[in-house]
Ligand binder design. Sequence first.
Ligand code: AMP
Length: 397
Amino acid sequence: MKVLVINAGSSSLKYQIIDMDNEQMICKGLVENVGMKDSNLCHKVPGKKDVVVKKVISNHTEALQTVIDMVTDKEHGVISSVKEIGAVGHRVLHSGEDFNDSVLIDDEVIGICKKNSVLGPLHMPANIACIESCEEVMPGTPMVAVFDTGFHRTMPKHAFMYAIPYDDYENYKIRKYGFHGTSHKYVTGVAMDYLGTDKARIITCHLGNGSSISAVKDGKCIDTSMGLTPLEGVIMGTRSGDVDPAVVEFMAQCHNISVSEVLNILNKKSGFKGICDESDFRKVNELAAAGNEKAKLAVKMFAYRIRKYIGSYYVALGGVDCIVLTGGIGENSIQGRAAIMNGLEFLGIDFDYEKNNQFFTEPVVEVSKPGSKIKVLIIKTNEELVIARDAVRLTAK
Ligand code: AMP
């Protein structure tokens, strides 16, 4: 069966078609700058030249139609009609407390997603627009919602509750949810296969433009660094991660701006960007290597915060068998990985700095030395495959 995977961001739409008979990707692509003047689509088919279409794409409905036109295009497409698609898997940001697993989409599910839009006002409307457009373009094709929060639904209450008035949890569902669930789930599965056991204490570090860390016991998430929104946790490209909540009011007074304007700063102008004016980690490292003190500080702050999370999850898990590094930084940044591991020897990590010093193409690489008490694995994440697998699992029911 061929599965179309749709991953809509606030101004983007990523897609893949995966042949689930062999789990091979048939095509993938990205629509960027949806709703802006310079929107475009880049379509990739393995073994062929990339196709780029530049045109104004005003909203996610138009973006989805542009994707469908491309994948069924006579010259560049990979299917002759949408009828070849057996199921659609939609990445949906927020499950709220309504879903414990991915779910087959029907009108009731869409209604609940609309109600939960308040928990993800940037992403949820885009997710819902793509679901509704797919229903129009390919009526009758089963669709599955795979929630970014899904993997974290196993967190115990003492881990997901904030110590705010209990009524605010009951009335407004204010609590920690966690994100990047498909990535944490995928690398957990690969790590357990690699370790040859599903009884393992694993810390998964998804480190990219957005970053989050999870504590996973025997395949189930028991804690994660992101919270009600993806702002909490480690330091990211443009997000501050953890700050004293009182900073919000203080900044609002200092700059004479509103709470939403402060949150915009904490989401879009903080993190690496706030410290050294550069949000891309590769460029931050280049600046640091050239002697830029603020860039050096940004790398140190990033690594230090991650080490603190690893330390706290070591305690939460009662020891650790394996640490997984994934995401653009975890998979690719030699300097980033080394900076994080430097200082964790006392936990029983014998990190192989020499082996780390290269670019890997393999799906899993053990980058700790053979005798290391805690294994460190670099795993290439595959969020689309998790979504497609759930689409197959739920449509087969
Ligand atoms: P992601 O959001 O998972 O796509 O990750 C994006 C982040 O990974 C950006 O900060 C990139 O700078 C970083 N990244 C990607 N490739 C490399 C690389 N070769 N070296 C260092 N950082 C990288």
